[in-house]
Design a protein around this ligand. Structure first.
Ligand code: 2AM
Length: 176
């Protein structure tokens, strides 16, 4: 099973983010209902590990906090735009939650990339997009509400010809 752990976004925010969609060649916008903040990408996990994993994730405690949206940007950089994202303002509670999730996953023997957690929401994936058109996208300054976080999701992602299909396997409330 291909799994990841993420924070869900309210539907109203997903809809607001989808207003950033623009006519561009070589762009694949993430469907509004699939917009999320990834905390950890686990990749392929054997189904037999699911019990241990949900047990470990279920132990996580965290004070409720709010997310504030930050700037728009591209990975790896503006001249070679592959991923168009919106960032989140630095937030110690979010970093701590991501750390706890990653520690819980690793404790189950699942290997994660060492890459630092860089909180962002992927809005689009780009293939041969014109960097000048992408630069124009980056000048937008969306006004978005804060998002209250008191839970996270374990999600299965199944790849298909129509793109990735997401299925929420478990929602974990995070009691303080
Ligand atoms: P991101 O694009 O928002 O960083 C589910 O595939 C989620 O896991 C994606 O939204 C992606 O989040 C994240 N992810 C991180 N590393 C990945 C990888 N190597 N392959 C696929 N998804 C990855």
């Amino acid at each position: 099973m291909r799994l990841f752990v993420a924070i869900e976004l309210p539907e109203a925010v997903q809809q607001q983010l989808s207003l950033l969609h623009a006519e561009l060649t070589g762009v694949r916008w993430v469907r509004p209902e699939q917009l999320h903040l990834t905390l950890a990408f686990l990749g392929e996990v054997a189904e037999v590990q699911l019990g241990q994993l949900t047990e470990a994730l279920g132990q996580i405690r965290c004070q409720p906090f709010t997310l504030q949206f930050g700037r728009l940007g591209c990975f790896p950089d503006q001249r070679h735009p592959r991923v168009f994202w919106i960032g989140l303002e630095p937030n110690p509670a979010l970093q701590q939650l991501a750390q706890q999730v990653r520690a819980a996953v690793r404790a189950c023997g699942i290997t994660l990339e060492e890459r630092l957690f860089s909180p962002h929401i992927t809005l689009a994936r780009l293939k041969e997009a014109d960097p000048r058109q992408v630069a124009a996208l980056l000048t937008q300054q969306p006004v978005l509400p804060e998002v209250a976080v008191d839970a996270f999701l374990l999600v299965q992602s199944s790849l298909s010809a129509r793109g990735a299909q997401h299925r929420v396997l478990r929602r974990f409330a995070t009691p303080p």
